[in-house]
Design a protein around this ligand. Structure first.
Ligand SMILES: C[S@@+](CC[C@H](N)C(=O)[O-])C[C@H]1O[C@@H](n2cnc3c(N)ncnc32)[C@H](O)[C@@H]1O
Length: 274
């Protein structure tokens, strides 16, 4: 099983067995439009059964990262081996500054290599940007953070070679999914309280309006004959939006929130239309 390369808020490793056991038996193309750390994709793609994969996210740097892991593997491994930044606060902030001035289109290898470094050295593995789009997560002060090994990057690259990787809003990407395809939706969580915002991964956030857009997409997919599974936090608004579909409640350990203190068991829901 290939583990995710990045730590990601809302990462699904804790819930994987619940998700895998509820996947449909057969489908054509697998779609994952809220990709993040891609825990489910990496888990299922290794044992390939020949279907296509379409992966996407609204975060352009994240999509560039996966494309670089897939298409520029050797260059990325070379860059990671020669990385000059260590586990200190001055090194971290220098790397962060460099990351923010780099144009990912022109320097995809350096930008992606730095994302890997920042992801493992920043506070809680968060990805958060300010209003100018600059990555602004502080140093994490971990005792010995580990950047993924070459073997790990190579294994992830092999899996990603099977996939089309797109950057965009879920609504535009998913319009390409059709009858017999399977879509796994893992949208950002609704904030549980005002102080615990799980929606800070993208500049736009993911509030009630977005949740309503998403529920329309789910209905449209259902009408087309596509299969979908969605995971989210359990709350009454969401359960109302997903009513009409099968809602399963599960307990999961959630390990990242905005202040790092809110670890514990929370109720999650898994919604399917099959
Ligand atoms: C909960 S995370 C996904 C976690 C992932 N399943 C994992 O295992 O790590 C949600 C992702 O949705 C993305 N996102 C937020 N708004 C989006 C939108 N409108 N369209 C597509 N992706 C979006 C975020 O960038 C983030 O990567």
């Amino acid at each position: 099983m290939v583990r995710p390369l990045l730590k990601w808020a809302g990462g699904k490793r804790q819930l994987l067995h619940e998700l895998i056991s509820r996947m449909p038996d057969g489908f054509n193309t697998y779609w994952e439009p809220f990709l993040g750390g891609a825990a489910l994709f990496f888990n299922i793609s290794e044992s390939d059964d020949g279907h296509g994969y379409v992966l996407s996210d609204i975060n352009p740097t994240l999509c560039l990262f996966y494309q670089t892991v897939r298409d520029r593997t050797d260059d990325l491994l070379g860059y990671v081996s020669s990385l000059k930044y260590g586990n200190s606060s001055p090194d971290y902030y220098e790397a962060r500054m460099r990351f923010n001035i780099l144009d990912g289109k022109k320097e995809p290898v350096e930008k992606s290599g730095l994302l890997l470094y920042l992801n493992r050295h920043c506070f809680n593995g968060l990805y958060r940007v300010n209003s100018k789009g600059e990555f602004n997560v502080p140093f994490g002060s971990y005792i010995s953070p580990k950047i993924p090994s070459h073997e790990h990057i190579l294994a992830a690259s092999e899996s990603l070679k099977k996939a089309k990787i797109l950057n965009g809003d879920f609504l535009e990407v998913i319009s390409g999914a059709g009858k017999g395809d399977f879509v796994y939706f893992d949208p950002p969580y609704e904030p549980i309280s005002k102080s615990s915002s799980f929606t800070a991964y993208s500049k736009e956030g993911f509030g009630r309006g977005q949740q309503e857009r998403l529920s329309k997409v789910m209905k449209e997919l259902d009408r087309k004959g596509a299969l979908f599974m969605l995971s989210n936090s359990g709350n009454s608004l969401l359960e109302e939006l997903y009513s009409g579909f099968r809602i399963i409640k599960v307990e999961a350990r959630r390990s990242i929130n905005s202040n790092g203190l809110g670890r514990g068991s929370v109720r999650e829901i898994i919604v399917t239309n099959y």
